[in-house]
Design a protein around this ligand. Structure first.
Ligand code: ADP
Ligand code: ADP
Length: 217
């Protein structure tokens, strides 16, 4: 489902952010990527979403080799990926409902089918009763749940999150992790980058640890 083989990423300034990365995450698995700040966690996730391209090596996502993907094919790749990244801003001039609707509008859904999908997504993250409100009225944890609803509304087979619990209290963080686990339980492949190993609790998860751009086993 997600497979890296001898992947290296060197940024244009010459910095080697990832070295010789190899792993396979099977369909339906859930894993965490941990490691110090600057270890390469975000870079690895950005490679999966084709936000960055590998310098060498191959990356297969959903059976497709994306290492040399043509830019025209990227929207199709992303349609099957739910991304919870810090730079995906909430639109504060729209309602909670409209924030979650946006990805469906982009993929050209008809509005009746879209409404059902948006409500289902909001229901899964516990925000259905807030659909008409403005995101500014939501707590930090609720805003993060809104981002998750937006990521899953397209029903992606893979969900990828970069530090989804940073800035959250421990209780909210556990909530968010439980939510990812519930998506995993219905068959979604889940990959989460976090520097917070306390999040793990007793979840039997695979853990990848990055250290200065290398996977340590
Ligand atoms: P993490 O998510 O583990 O904190 P990152 O993947 O964000 O790590 O970054 C890994 C290393 O690559 C860091 O040293 C960072 O400064 C560097 N880096 C990230 N993005 C770029 C970029 N666009 N250009 C140059 N260096 C970068
Ligand atoms: P995060 O905190 O989520 O790991 P980063 O701080 O690594 O994110 O990166 C934020 C943005 O800044 C990214 O677009 C990344 O490409 C860019 N960036 C990070 N480090 C560098 C760097 N050393 N040189 C240039 N751009 C960087």
């Amino acid at each position: 489902m997600i497979s890296f083989n001898q992947v290296c990423k060197r940024y244009p300034n010459g910095f080697n952010a990832l070295r010789n990365i190899g792993f396979t995450l099977e369909a339906g698995e859930m894993a965490l990527i941990t490691g110090h700040s600057g270890a390469g966690k975000s870079t690895l996730l950005r490679l999966i979403a084709a936000i960055e391209r590998p310098t060498s090596g191959s990356i297969v996502v959903n059976g497709q080799n994306i290492s040399a993907l043509k830019s025209g094919a990227i929207p199709f790749l992303r349609r099957n990926l739910g991304l919870v990244f810090q730079d995906q801003k909430i639109l504060f001039d729209r309602t909670v409902f409209d924030n979650v609707l946006l990805p469906l509008q982009i993929s050209g859904f008809d509005s009746r089918a879209a409404t059902g999908r948006v409500r289902a997504a909001l229901d899964k993250v516990g925000l259905l009763d807030r659909e008409k409100t403005r995101p500014i009225t939501l707590s930090g944890g609720e805003q993060q749940r809104l981002c998750i609803a937006r990521a899953i509304v397209n029903r992606p087979s893979i969900l990828i999150a970069d530090e989804p619990t940073s800035n959250l209290d421990a209780d909210y963080a556990r909530d968010i992790m439980a939510m990812f686990k519930s998506f995993h339980q219905v068959g979604v492949t889940v990959l989460i980058a976090t520097h917070d190993v306390n999040l793990l609790g007793d979840m039997p998860l695979r853990i990848f640890t990055l250290n200065h751009g290398e996977l340590t086993v």
